[in-house]
Design a protein around this ligand. Structure first.
Ligand SMILES: C[S@@+](CC[C@H](N)C(=O)[O-])C[C@H]1O[C@@H](n2cnc3c(N)ncnc32)[C@H](O)[C@@H]1O
Length: 312
C-alpha cells in the first residue's frame, strides 16, 4: 500500500488504548477500528500490540482470490476481523492451518513469522507478510498454571515479558520484587528457581513465604536503597505509584551500577504523566512495551544481555 509518500505501516492498538496509540503516530492515513495505517517506515510506537510492516492493499473480488493472494506470499496468516467476520473466517479456512495453541510457560514463542490480513470491504484486502509479533493480533495465550496456583493474575505480565524477550532469571539469581503482594510475580520468579525478596506494604501470600527461596519484607518499596541491598541480578517492580517516582527509583539503581536487569511496570492515571515515556525511551538499550495483559500501564525493560533478537 502506498500513501503517495512510499510504503505504509500498520499499528494495531490494544483494546481500549487506541487514543494513546494514535497520539504517538504521525502521518496517519487511515483508521480501521483498532488498526491505524500511517505513511512511511515503522515509527516508535510503545502502545502498539502488533505492527504490520509494509502494508499492501490488494483487489480480491472473491474469497478464493483473497486466499490465493495470501498463500502466494507465505504460509502463516491471521485475520484481524473487526467486521465481515464470516468472510474473514471463510478465507482463513482456505489457508494452511495455524495452530496458535496456548503456550505452556516457559515454552518458547513460535519461531515462524505470522502475517496479518483484514478485509476493508468485500473486495479489498489489506495485508502484511511480516508483523512485529508472532502471536495472533499480538496477543499471546497461555495455558492456565498448574497448582500450587499463583496468588494473583499478575503472573501473566512476567510470563508474557519473558516469553516475548526469550530471557528469564536463572536458578539462584538474586531478584528483588517491589510491590510484590500478594505475590503473582514472586510466584513466577520462585518457580524459576531465583532467590526472591518481595517488598510491599502488604504481606506476601503465606504459601510463598513457606518457600526456601522467598523472603518477604513489609515496608516502603522505595526504601530499597542500592547501597543497603547490594548487587542484584534483577529488579522487578509492579508498585502502584506515579511514573516519575518509578523513573527516579530506576535512575537511583542505574547510577549505583548494582543491578543488571530491570522489568518495571509504569502505571498511568488519566492521561497525565505520559511525558515520562520519552524519558524512559532515552535510557540506552531499554525498551518500553504494552503487554497484552497490561491495563493502563507500560512495561519497561532493560537487560544486561539483550539475548536473542527482541520482538514484540
Ligand atoms: C498491582 S499490585 C502488585 C501485584 C503483584 N505484582 C503480584 O504479582 O501479585 C501493587 C502493589 O504495590 C504496593 N505498593 C504501592 N505503593 C507501595 C510502596 N510505596 N511500597 C511498597 N508497596 C507499595 C501495593 O501494596 C500493592 O500490593
Amino acid at each position: 500500500m502506498s500513501s503517495g509518500f512510499g510504503p505504509c505501516t500498520g499499528y494495531l492498538a490494544p483494546l481500549g488504548f487506541l487514543p494513546q496509540m494514535q497520539a504517538e503516530l504521525s502521518a496517519v492515513v487511515a483508521v480501521h477500528e483498532r488498526l491505524v495505517i500511517a505513511a512511511g517506515p515503522p515509527q516508535t510506537c510503545v502502545w502498539a500490540e502488533n505492527i504490520w510492516y509494509e502494508v499492501e492493499s490488494v483487489h480480491a473480488p472473491s474469497i478464493g482470490t483473497a486466499a490465493k493472494e495470501l498463500k502466494s506470499r507465505q504460509r502463516n496468516w491471521w485475520p484481524y476481523a473487526w467486521h465481515l467476520h464470516r468472510r474473514h473466517a471463510l478465507i482463513q479456512e482456505k489457508l494452511p492451518h495455524v495452530a496458535a495453541k496456548p503456550l505452556h510457560f516457559p515454552e518458547a514463542k513460535p519461531p515462524s513469522t505470522l502475517g496479518s490480513f483484514a478485509l476493508l470491504d468485500e473486495q479489498t484486502l489489506l495485508l502484511a507478510n511480516r508483523c512485529s509479533s508472532p502471536f495472533p493480533n499480538g496477543a499471546p495465550a497461555f495455558a492456565e498454571p498448574s497448582s500450587p496456583l499463583p496468588p494473583s493474575r499478575a503472573y501473566l505480565k512476567l510470563w508474557e515479558t519473558f516469553t516475548r524477550l526469550g530471557i528469564q532469571p536463572k536458578p539462584g539469581e538474586r531478584c528483588i520484587d517491589l510491590g510484590a503482594s500478594p505475590g503473582g510475580w514472586t510466584w513466577v520468579l520462585a518457580h524459576l528457581g531465583a532467590e526472591v525478596t518481595g517488598y510491599d506494604r502488604a504481606p506476601l501470600d503465606p504459601s510463598l513465604l513457606a518457600l526456601p527461596n522467598v523472603h518477604g519484607v513489609i515496608g516502603d518499596a522505595f526504601q530499597t536503597k542500592p547501597e543497603k541491598i547490594g548487587a542484584i541480578d534483577w529488579l522487578f517492580s509492579d508498585v502502584i505509584c506515579y511514573p516519575e517516582r518509578m523513573l527516579a527509583h530506576i535512575q537511583e539503581w542505574r547510577a549505583s551500577g548494582l543491578c543488571k536487569n530491570y522489568v518495571c511496570t509504569i502505571k498511568f492515571q488519566g492521561d497525565a504523566h505520559y511525558g515520562v515515556i520519552a524519558d524512559l525511551l532515552r535510557i540506552e538499550g531499554s525498551q518500553l512495551m504494552h503487554l497484552h495483559c497490561n491495563k493502563h500501564e507500560l512495561t519497561w525493560v532493560l537487560l544486561a544481555d539483550q539475548g536473542p533478537a527482541v520482538s514484540l
